[in-house]
Design a protein around this ligand. Structure first.
Ligand SMILES: N[C@@H](CCC(=O)N[C@@H](CS)C(=O)NCC(=O)O)C(=O)O
Length: 210
């Protein structure tokens, strides 16, 4: 049977990865197309030339947040049902993507895209400092819960896409018991494991603390 959706993506893009987690979680049968290999086709679908792009049931989407909302509208369960809890979960996702995302992006851009001799150690040190400064708020927001959204949802996918890449590129471990436990639970989930970029799987196989 033909897959019901096509995702144009890049393996290590955090926006693409969170959409893959949500597609997997919602049981959507989708086909991945690398934005390099299908450059022409992809470029016709995205006004901003970004990934991910999702084509599903005749709807073309070119922003990951729209895709996540669409999947929640179709399948449910990715945001809490109660408006107050949903508002909190949305706020936490925005914070995670902004504050945590910036620090991880700065680290990854140094360590992935440059040879070690060209790494700017001041940028890396600042990224690590921002990481440690951003996390206590999320530790508090998680409280004693297992996930940010019951049974894991959009907030969890957004933060996990940042955490996975952070730890794969050598960001220090969070040193916070709630978030460390949360990440261990996320790593065990099929939607994480089966959609993770190779660099994350490699790090997992070597052990997070290696
Ligand atoms: N707001 C967009 C952001 C997507 C985005 O910035 N994607 C990056 C990759 S992580 C991108 O496509 N950059 C241009 C490029 O790689 O050529 C979304 O959530 O989908």
């Amino acid at each position: 049977m033909k897959p019901t959706a096509i995702l144009y993506d890049k393996p290590e893009c955090p926006f693409c990865w969170r959409v893959r987690m949500a597609l997997h979680r919602c049981g959507v049968d989708y086909m991945r197309r690398s934005h390099d290999e299908f450059a022409h086709e992809w470029s016709l679908l995205t006004p901003g030339n970004t990934v991910p792009v999702l084509s599903m049931s005749g709807v073309i989407m070119h922003d990951s947040s729209v895709m996540l909302e669409y999947l929640n509208d179709l399948h449910g369960g990715l945001w809490p049902m109660e408006p107050d809890r949903c508002a909190h979960a949305r706020s936490d996702a925005l914070y995670a993507d902004g504050a945590v995302g910036r620090s991880v992006r700065d680290l990854v851009f140094q360590r992935r895209d440059r040879i070690p001799a060209d790494w700017d150690e001041a940028v890396i040190a600042s990224a690590m400092q921002q990481w440690h400064e951003a996390l206590p708020y999320l530790e508090e927001r998680l409280g004693g819960d297992s996930f940010f959204v019951a049974n894991a949802g959009i907030t969890d996918f957004v933060l996990a896409s940042r955490f996975g890449l952070a730890l794969a590129y050598g960001m220090p471990s969070p040193r916070l018991p709630g978030l460390s436990g949360w990440f261990e639970r996320m790593v065990d989930r099929p939607e994480f494991l089966q959609t993770a970029p190779e660099v994350v799987i490699g790090k997992l196989e070597r052990g997070w603390m290696s």
